[in-house]
Design a protein. Structure first.
Length: 547
């Protein structure tokens, strides 16, 4: 099996690189001055799964405000009409990387399900295998077997089943379930908020070494919002996890922690180290085969960053490999002349399994937004090499595009705060988008917060509403135009917007970011229908609880 470009990993980095390659290649074919060859570009996307996973919506899938078709579409539907081939296999190694200087290389693959071995030949390759929590879980005794990770589609479905089981036990035991969420990053905060929204009576605690999202614009907002929602915050480290026998339907997991300081809207019990379930979002490392290494190189023959184990890439997102003696600070060696570079494998890496050399700028966040931006750069640079090679064969004097350096553009962040609520955060100080987004969000926050207050006062003072038992949306379902209904102080959260309208904006933006037009249209419709269905269920549940 052979191709022009092999892309290993079908997440945001890999899939969006493949789509950008085919789109830009077709555009260049129509340019009369382009050195792009007339034949089609043969692209193979290698991933053992048959589904792409839109990771930022896994929380919504877990609590029922998004459908599986929206969050996890099939590759066959996404790639229809693109010419990109999807091979259900796992990358194992690139055996000839270090020894060979040929322009054609190969990779060993393991076919999914059958386990058979095969080989894929290519001229250029992109490594975007992502990250997994295994390397972190194995360092905490008991964590691998006694926690529920939350990183993949399978994890989201398992968490959904777990929450349903906890709800069933709650009905039998007449006791609220105790749920610990480990990790104070975006993932832990979003998961804790969504779980609390799904099981309002549950005792949900976020275990984190430092205050959630410390040092970010979201820190004061999250502290207030989680307190309003009812999520406890326990500042501690997790040393080990063990199973305890507390009865068939009772708690079964105990967490050994370091020094703890609990902050919550609900007083914690003395036995708060015992839980019905522990959900894990704390940290991750590069996935196989990047994780399979010895010394400074791995099974791919590519150099790694010693501190993180991720693939080392330069400013063009090109990998360092066995014959490249460049160091992190050796900029002259990295800037090789074109003749020298063509003797190296055309291997690129992006996303959670790669790390740019620090001398080229600040650390790039491991987010979907960053991976999508990197995908465009990698696609441009691969096509640049194809153009240069074709130019040499045709002896043409036409100029070609230059390799593109990656510069991350901070466009802010969006995060779920449970159910239909979310937060939108303006970019940080050094972003070119800050002057645009920050004033817009501040004005919206103040105006929508005022609308919340007026609506609440009108309903609370209305005799008709009182006689019919109608309460303000913020009191009845935790809905809010702005931050008022989530307990957010508008004076201490500049550059942020929280509430139900922020949740709608988040879903709209994610719908636009879907990989195809068909998927975008479905996501927009699914977001509206799923949210309405989930809210209707909450209304019924509230009514049944009161009865």
């Amino acid at each position: 099996m052979s191709c022009d470009v092999a892309i290993f990993g079908g997440g945001f980095g890999g899939l969006y690189t493949a789509l950008a390659l085919t789109t830009e290649f077709r555009r260049k074919q129509q340019d009369p001055f382009s050195q792009t060859p007339a034949k089609n570009l043969d692209i193979v996307l290698v991933d053992p799964s048959d589904r792409f996973v839109f990771l930022p919506l896994l929380y919504d899938l877990t609590v029922g405000t998004a459908t599986e078709r929206e969050v996890c579409p099939y590759y066959k539907d996404i790639l229809k009409g693109t010419g990109i081939r999807h091979v259900k296999a796992r990358l194992d190694c690139m055996p000839d990387m270090v020894e060979s200087s040929s322009l054609c290389h190969s990779a060993n693959l393991t076919i999914a399900k059958s386990g058979l071995q095969t080989q894929l030949s290519f001229q250029s390759a992109v490594v975007a295998v992502g990250a997994t929590p295994e390397s972190v879980l194995t360092r905490v005794p008991g964590a691998m077997n006694l926690t529920q990770p939350f990183y993949t589609r399978e994890h989201a479905i398992q968490t959904q089943d777990l929450l349903q089981e906890l709800e069933r036990k709650k009905e039998i035991n007449k006791q609220p379930p105790r749920i610990a969420v480990v990790g104070g990053g975006y993932g832990g905060v979003e998961l804790a908020a969504c779980v609390k929204r799904r099981i309002p009576s549950g005792l949900v605690t976020l275990l984190t070494r430092t205050p959630p999202l410390q040092g970010t614009r979201a820190e004061p907002l999250i502290d207030q919002a989680l307190s309003k929602i009812g999520v406890n915050i326990d500042l501690c480290g997790v040393e080990s996890i063990e199973k305890v026998d507390m009865g068939v339907e009772g708690p079964s997991v105990r967490i050994q922690r370091t020094t703890s300081k609990t902050t919550s809207s609900t007083a914690a019990n003395n036995d708060d180290e015992v839980w019905d379930a522990v959900l894990w979002t704390a940290g991750s490392g590069p996935a196989y085969p990047v994780s399979n290494y010895s010394s400074k190189y791995n099974a791919l023959g590519l150099e790694q960053v010693s501190s993180s184990g991720r693939l080392k890439v330069d400013k063009n997102l090109r990998c360092h490999w066995g014959n490249n003696e460049a160091t992190a600070d050796d900029d002259k060696t990295i800037k090789m002349n074109q003749k020298a570079r063509t003797s190296q494998p055309s291997i690129w890496a992006l996303g959670d399994c790669a790390e740019m050399i620090h001398s080229y700028g600040p650390t790039v966040p491991k987010t979907a937004s960053a991976a999508i931006q990197q995908a465009d750069v990698v696609a441009n640079n691969i096509l640049h090499e194809i153009s240069v090679a074709n130019k040499k064969r045709s002896l043409s004097s036409s100029s070609s595009s230059s390799p593109q350096a990656f510069e991350f553009q901070d466009m802010g962040m969006m995060m779920s705060l449970g159910g239909p609520n979310a937060a939108i955060l303006a970019p940080m100080q050094d972003s070119i988008f800050k002057p645009l987004f920050t004033p817009l969000l501040d004005i919206s926050r103040v105006g929508l917060g005022f609308a919340d207050e007026v609506l609440t006062q009108v309903i609370s003072q209305s005799p008709v509403a009182e006689s019919m038992g109608i309460k303000a949306p913020s009191d009845m379902l935790g809905l809010s135009f702005g931050g008022y209904g989530l307990g957010v102080d508008t004076e201490t959260t500049p550059g942020t917007l929280a509430g139900t309208l922020a949740g709608a904006a988040r879903r709209a933006v994610y719908a636009v970011r879907m990989p195809t037009n068909q998927q975008r249209a479905y996501a927009a419709a699914s977001a509206a229908l799923s949210t309405v269905t989930a809210l209707s269920k909450e209304v019924r549940d509230n009514k049944n609880d009161k009865e």
